[in-house]
Design a protein around this ligand. Sequence first.
Ligand SMILES: Nc1ncnc2c1ncn2[C@@H]1O[C@H](COP(=O)(O)OP(=O)(O)OP(=O)(O)O)[C@@H](O)[C@H]1O
Ligand SMILES: [Mg+2]
Length: 355
Amino acid sequence: MGLFSRKKAAFGLDIGSSAVKLVQLDQGTQGYALSRFAMVELPPDAIGEGMIKDPPLVVEAIKEVVGKAGVASKEAVISVSGRELIMKKIQLPKVTPKELEDAILLEAEHHINLPIEEVYLDHQVVGQSAGQSGTMDVMLVAVKKTKINEYVAVVEEAGLTPVVVDADAFAIQNQYEINNPEAGAEAVALIDIGASIMKTNVVRGGFSIFARDITFGGNNYTRAIAQRLNVPFEKAESAKRGESVPGVNWDELVPSLEAVSRELSLEIQRTFDYFASTTESERISRIVLSGGCARLPGIDEFLSSSWGIPVEVAKPFQNIRFDPNRFTADDLYAAGPVLTVAVGLGIRRDGDKPA
Ligand SMILES: Nc1ncnc2c1ncn2[C@@H]1O[C@H](COP(=O)(O)OP(=O)(O)OP(=O)(O)O)[C@@H](O)[C@H]1O
Ligand SMILES: [Mg+2]
């Protein structure tokens, strides 16, 4: 996917609501190699629920992450997320690629309750019936131009050129495919839980068959801790991450963490129900978790026992080579889940996909 693209993508820049992450990959004959990565945290009020609230803070963080990583390129592949993203699988009668554009436009009018001129549209063919006639499945993506323009503006203000704008959900999929090249016939739910948004992309055989973003994330845990212990957000945040905070011990946090995890499970239930209502009795065989919340101790076991299916934490560097003199496997393993989107964006090259 790419809501629009210009020439040659150079590094992935994930502007998340709690931190900006940068990953640059080199593409060689033996696959991808890690060139550089860096991360810079954002204050909690800079971006809220996928909306930029304080552009100058975000611009500063982007400049800082570029400096920290030491990238020379000015070309950034970025992404957006949030519940206002419209990601819908639709079915169309089979048409030629030339006719598809028009068919999509017509179809989009039915599925998007916004004036069509106010959105950027993108699509990808994700399946078709055999033979000349019949139907084809298309994943339709629509995002308000105003949202894209906000992200483009901060990136440009930081002196960069945004060459591709993707959606987090599809970046996670790009990353998954590089690291799991044998696409199986089973449906796998890729779930990224960041600070404020949970993105789900159900993939099968290398295609997305369902995607949905909702408002839910690590901030829900932090707020619950802050409220229960009556401490400021920042303090609750450190405690949640397992850092030692005077006057707070881990046992005190557990009831709040558990309560929010139950809410999380309900949210996933809703998403899965929604998925079930849009497809023909497809069973989800596995969950692959990413985002900072994947680091919450025990979250994988909790979800696995709630769902009765295996839950793994994403390893975005599994199939990416790196120079052991510059990076350690431990660092990459620890940073991994948080860098999933940035790795997925770093893989993008302009014009690498039809959509
Ligand atoms: N060790 C940890 N234990 C628990 N939570 C953690 C840990 N490390 C990070 N987090 C949480 O993960 C969240 C940040 O994750 P991530 O960087 O994936 O989000 P983001 O990309 O900034 O946000 P979003 O994708 O929602 O816009 C924060 O809520 C943070 O508290
Ligand atoms: Mg994120």
